[in-house]
Design a protein around this ligand. Sequence first.
Ligand code: SF4
Ligand code: SF4
Length: 475
Amino acid sequence: MNTNYNPESGKAGEFICHQEILDSIAFAKEKSADKEYISSLIEKARECKGLSHKEAAALLECDDPELVSRMFEVAREIKEKFYGNRIVMFAPLYLSNYCVNGCVYCPYHFKNKTIPRRKLTQEEIRREVTALQDMGHKRLALEAGEDPRNNPLEYILESIKTIYSTHHRNGAIRRVNVNIAATTVENYRRLRDAGIGTYILFQETYHKENYEALHPTGPKSNYAYHTEAMDRAMEAGIDDVGLGVLYGLNTYLYDFIGILMHAEHLEARFGVGPHTISVPRICPADDINKEDFPDAISDELFCRIVAVLRLAVPYTGLIVSTRESAATRAKVLELGVSQLSGGSRTSVGGYAEGEEDAEDSAQFDVSDRRTLDQVVSWLLDTGHIPSFCTACYREGRTGDRFMQLVKSGNIANCCAPNALMTLKEYLEDYASPEVKAKGEALIAKETEKLTHAKVKAITLDNLRFISEGKRDFRF
Ligand code: SF4
Ligand code: SF4
């Protein structure tokens, strides 16, 4: 009996109810062999109205090759319908690796004495941002450990100001997403007022007991405070929040169900689901061995998780980082991923100084070590449009305004031309000659596909203006 479960409750133990997850796992195991039921779920997903956590779990547990291949097919269809062939690019920026928490899977945990601790000064942040702008980035995810003495909120706010105010040549960071520790409603208000894009916080695992074992010390050890962070962020008026679990910390099915329950909770309580879901998985780093994590997931399962997420939450952006190899990233792009990091440095100071000098302080090993230009080149070769768009948040299209536009399908009238115009900026300012030639050919082809006559005419004008040196057009 499941009396405790309440998706509308603000209490972690009620919206992420352990018994409900166990019941859902049992349901998934039982139903995964029922081909007729699984087929009906795949057809339901095709209508793009999403799936419940129980239904999605049953799909994920089904390993019938024919049904899995149909799931992949529908995931591709949904991806095509909402996101087309566009991939939004971003880069992480590590401000500080000081941290008072004891997360056993992260080399920044406070007991690790082999890692050099470092926090960027505002001048160093300007240098990092200049280096990122010179690569072509417009959208950052800001990362910092939790340390009230070394990285207080004032430091984060000052850093955001520095990032937005740094302009090198035609460069500008137009959207700063923020991934910092769970905090108070008051502090979330201050982050909102600083103009952040998405507030990102990974749950790591939804399994309370395992969570407490993995986070033995520090403020992050408080499971309820961490799990209820998105509620406080939304209460503070941050409309766009990004969820994630670190696959491999716990059994995948438990956390897969947990993250969908979290999404359902935000929808039930605030009327808006998560803006993004990230899908990181355990990878090696200083002081961290993959062998210590027997629940680490295979590439094949990773692909299925991405595909079923695409079916379950069609309106939520899916993000993969450079933790994944180029080959894996290629596979999951097709199955539903809509945002990619590129040319990433996961160390403090890694962009201006080079990863070799800063790599002792890296949070995790990067698998995809290609430069941003190489990633852009690869995306162009595979028929994708690398997009540096940041328009929605700057146009006030956040939260439910954003979701309504996505659900109606009208967002494509913004995303497609914005992708082409921001790609054009990239080609003009940062691309190698070879990439520029490929990109121009793609823009010419893709502009022809714009169906809205007025949007097409404005886009063509703006593309010409960008060639003439003007910047920052958006729908
Ligand atoms: Fe600190 Fe975050 Fe690493 Fe935990 S995961 S040790 S909170 S930086
Ligand atoms: Fe994202 Fe909005 Fe730009 Fe589309 S128009 S790529 S949804 S920021």
